[in-house]
Design a protein around this ligand. Sequence first.
Ligand SMILES: Nc1ncnc2c1ncn2[C@@H]1O[C@H](COP(=O)(O)OP(=O)(O)OP(=O)(O)O)[C@@H](O)[C@H]1O
Ligand SMILES: [Mg+2]
Length: 260
Amino acid sequence: MRPDTTTGATSGDPVVELRSVVVAFGGLLALGGVDLDVAQGERLAILGPNGAGKTTLFNVVAGDLVPTEGSVVLKGVDCTHLPSRHRPRLGVGRTYQKARSFPGLAVGDNLYLAVVGRHGRQRALLPRSGDHSWRDRAAAAAESVWLYDRLDTRVADLSHGQKRQLEIGMAIVTEPDVLLLDEPASGLSRGERERLTGLLDELAADSTLLLIEHDMDVAFKVARRIVVMSDGKIVASGTPEEIQANALVHEIYLGSEALT
Ligand SMILES: Nc1ncnc2c1ncn2[C@@H]1O[C@H](COP(=O)(O)OP(=O)(O)OP(=O)(O)O)[C@@H](O)[C@H]1O
Ligand SMILES: [Mg+2]
């Protein structure tokens, strides 16, 4: 991977290619023709006001939504119509804006179930040949997101910050080539956000990361390229420094959030 210092783009193989992607909900265009290339090893943050289409873009990449028009190519394979349950096997792991862990189960069990989700349910029901290594992977993921000492704790008993760490763990335990994180810092205290930023920085060192984040401190520290969306379109793309200096971006954020 060779970072291009002028645009923040990298020249690794493309892992995500969106071509003229349109998503219409009735008359509303949530995505109005989006083109986006993400290279292997990139660390990309997607910014934009509420309703800009950020989560919809993730839904299209993760297969939770089939676009109305356009195509989604992952690692060179056209996946436009491939259901989401097949995408972890293709190397896409994601978190959701709202938590999706099982609150009544322990941290370790949630991570284990995420591994099972990647390898297919049938195999999980067969004699337990894979069980040990999958448990080991669950434990390793817990360690990566700093929850190793909480493996037996019920999710309901975790702090908000720890729940977000767990969700990231549930995505990385599938060993994704592309990790999609939808507002991982939302609702966290300042201290928790700093901790999470450190965690993301560490994790992202050798994986491809797409991050939706309203918190500029987190986005600007973790990402090397920033894409700004507004009204279902990409309106700016560049390094954190370029985005901070971009007048249009300031206009979009004026009155909602200042770029600091
Ligand atoms: N399932 C749906 N049905 C109808 N409209 C939807 C649906 N999902 C999203 N939308 C609309 O599409 C637009 C884009 O929504 P999206 O959730 O992608 O925005 P976002 O950028 O993630 O916003 P936020 O920062 O608030 O999370 C919004 O106007 C939203 O109301
Ligand atoms: Mg969203």
